[in-house]
Design a protein around this ligand. Sequence first.
Ligand code: HEC
Length: 145
Amino acid sequence: MTKLLQFTRFALTLSPRLQPSTFFPGRRRSPASLAGIALVLLVFSIAGGAENANASPEAKALLLEKGCGGCHLIPGVEDAYGEAGPSLKGMKTRKRLLGGKLKNTPENMRAWLMNPGSVKSGTVMPNLGLTNEDADIMIEYFKKI
Ligand code: HEC
């Protein structure tokens, strides 16, 4: 019990020092905290770059050529912030497509990419003339993002 009291007294003597400024030192940033911030920024930029590296050059070229980014948000592809279609972030973990209508299998994805209207009539996604090889490239790419 006396130990607990001693500890409480000790904690109380410390408390005036535990001001918000201890955690948010404002302008008085120590070199250590600046280094910490730099490190966090560095880690984030590497993580962003890794997403970029996932796209094969063929996949990126195809996405740009076909203008997929005009309708989809695609991680790691420049200017791909479209909102007409769903975001393509996290395709590799997606179990179903088209709001649950279609199982996310390579065959279904091929059918969808090569002729969206044949899978879902009236869909906004146009037939962009993807070849079988184009579909292969996309299917591989979607396993990585
Ligand atoms: C004109 C806009 C438009 C363009 C261009 C477009 N899409 Fe789409 N896309 C859509 C829409 C809208 C949907 C949602 C389909 C629906 O539910 O009717 C969709 C759905 C998808 C899906 C299914 C995602 C899911 O989780 O349901 C994939 C994958 C996809 N598009 C890939 C592509 C690729 C690859 C390209 C380029 C070759 C492309 N899209 C070009 C509009 C577009």
